[in-house]
Design a protein around this ligand. Structure first.
Ligand code: ADP
Ligand code: MG
Length: 224
């Protein structure tokens, strides 16, 4: 189980806290979905969970271990919003091995199999892939590290309808083996595969039942 206890983030540059006493419990091999409008603090929360930013107060626990940002960097894998913008290598193989040159060909093959890209040549340049394939590669780049917690920032943003449907199907498959926490401003695509759901508004997190999220809540999350 992942537990957040009274997590607050209030950088001195900000007049108000960006995350306000967040409490969350989340079981493994599930897909958790956090829905909130732009500026509500979604990316900030993922950065803290990935160990890239440090909370002002509060704790993160995995099982009964209190985690530091260094632990979180080991435990979690973050797929940024528009991850394809961060590709920097000339081939799929180099992209997957970036920072982990020790990873063998079996780990590479498994990661690509997980995301359905195993039919491609390892020498394919990431920039020549389709938009949907690039998103899959970005997932594989994190999965190859075998993170306990996979964090996804707006995974369907900027994809057309059929690419979104394919990505949702892939995430549904991945949650059988992995623990996924997804943030989005657009609940529509992902609600059907979410096991648990929260809304985030102005840094306040609230648990909601996935099947109780009404169209009006989705709309207010988008427009507020
Ligand atoms: P979302 O991903 O939901 O759109 P963000 O987490 O990116 O929201 O940002 C939440 C709010 O916090 C925004 O208003 C943003 O401008 C602000 N913010 C994020 N990081 C900092 C920081 N280090 N200092 C001041 N303000 C910040
Ligand atoms: Mg964001």
């Amino acid at each position: 189980m992942l537990y957040l206890r009274n997590l607050t983030y209030h950088p001195t540059a900000s007049p108000t806290p960006i995350l306000k006493s967040i409490n969350l419990e989340f079981a493994p091999q599930q897909l958790g979905l956090i829905i909130g409008p732009s500026g509500s603090g979604k990316s900030t929360l993922l950065e803290i969970l990935a160990g890239l930013a440090e909370s002002t107060s509060g704790e993160v626990y995995w099982r009964n271990q209190n985690l530091t940002p260094a632990h979180l960097q080991q435990l979690a894998g973050l797929v940024f919003q528009f991850p394809e913008r961060h590709f920097c290598c000339g081939s799929i193989l180099e992209e997957l091995r970036l920072g982990h040159p020790e990873l063998g060909s079996e780990r590479v093959r498994n990661a690509l199999q997980e995301v359905g890209l195993d039919a491609l040549s390892l020498q394919t340049p990431p920039h020549s892939l389709s938009g949907g394939q690039q998103r899959r590669l970005a997932l594989a780049v994190q999965l190859i590290r075998q993170p306990h917690l996979l964090l996804l920032d707006e995974p369907t943003a900027g994809l057309d309808w059929s690419m979104r449907q394919n990505l949702v199907k892939l995430l549904e498959k991945l949650k059988q083996h992995w623990t996924l926490l997804v943030v989005t401003h657009d609940a529509g695509d992902l609600l059907s595969i979410a096991d648990c759901c929260w809304t985030l508004n102005h840094g306040e997190l609230q648990s909601v039942e996935p099947d109780k999220i009404s169209i009006s809540q989705q709309l207010s999350a988008v427009s507020s």
